[in-house]
Design a protein around this ligand. Structure first.
Ligand code: MF3
Ligand code: CO
Ligand code: CO
Length: 255
């Protein structure tokens, strides 16, 4: 399946949706503190999205039960918000928000620290910062005429340059986004060794690298969603929705 080249009108709709998703992450940050459950964060996000005339895309997506994904510490992605997951000092977590606004999808996620910066281990901070930098290296590779694999090459070479030994998750990818939640193409965050498709202006994709302190391998919890590192090491992820332009790129998921 060929990626969809969006029209000017569609891009405007996706920009609005992605901006709202980013605003959701701005607004939820006050709740990220010790003693708060990921369920409470989910409920705030759900209400905020609905109040703004939008729909939380994850809810009932392929049977997913909640409005967002919240992935704490060794959870790589798709953590299901729960009253049993209570944030504590020193935790790191990803909150991943996808909204449907007027039929258009915007998808973005960020990392948060629980407690003061000093409560978070130096290794965890290095992981979170390196993952954000890796995402931006991937984004900077985006332009009309570049190849899909340029994104993965940029991310992989950045992570290698940190000499941390951090590993890039291979089983979960970025994706086309905008008219549907997950559209072609798949966006790998490592060098696949194949150029992949040529990027064209008007494509909208996510870049959302997941990086682990240890092994890149994951296993699923019995809930069928929560993906954790096999070795229990920490994992981080950052995500933006990005438009391919003739000039380069435009990050749509900014507030
Ligand atoms: N937001 C995730 C992504 O970045 C997808 C979550 S699918 C869900 O692609 F069903 F778990 F919500
Ligand atoms: Co995504
Ligand atoms: Co997402």
């Amino acid at each position: 399946m060929r990626p969809i080249i969006k029209t000017r009108e569609q891009i405007e709709g996706i920009r609005k949706a992605a901006r709202l998703a980013s605003i959701v992450l701005d607004e939820v940050s006050f709740l990220v503190k010790p003693g708060v459950s990921t369920e409470e964060i989910n409920n705030f996000i759900h209400e905020f999205i609905v109040k703004n005339g939008a729909i939380p895309a994850p809810l009932n997506y392929k049977g997913y039960p909640k409005a967002c994904c919240i992935s704490v510490n060794d959870v790589i992605c798709h953590g299901i918000p729960s009253p049993d997951v209570i944030l504590k000092k020193g935790d790191i977590l990803n909150i991943d928000v996808t909204v449907i606004l007027d039929g258009f999808f915007g998808d973005t996620s960020r990392m948060f620290y629980v407690g003061c910066l000093e409560d978070v281990s130096l290794e965890a901070r290095k992981l979170v910062e390196s993952t954000e930098m890796a995402m931006f290296e991937g984004i900077k590779a985006v332009r009309e005429g570049a190849y899909l694999n340029d994104i993965g090459v940029a991310i992989e070479s950045y992570i290698l340059s940190t000499k941390t030994g951090f590993q890039i998750v291979r089983e979960f990818t970025g994706h086309g986004v905008g008219i549907k939640f997950h559209e072609p193409p798949q966006v790998h965050h490592f060098n696949t060794g194949k150029s992949g498709i040529k990027l064209e202006a008007g494509m909208t994709i996510t870049i959302e690298p997941m990086i682990n302190v240890g092994s890149w391998k994951s296993r699923l919890d019995p809930d069928g969603w929560t993906a954790r590192t096999v070795d229990g090491s920490l994992s981080a992820q950052w995500e933006h929705t990005v438009l391919v332009t003739g000039f380069g790129y435009e990050i749509l998921s900014i507030s």
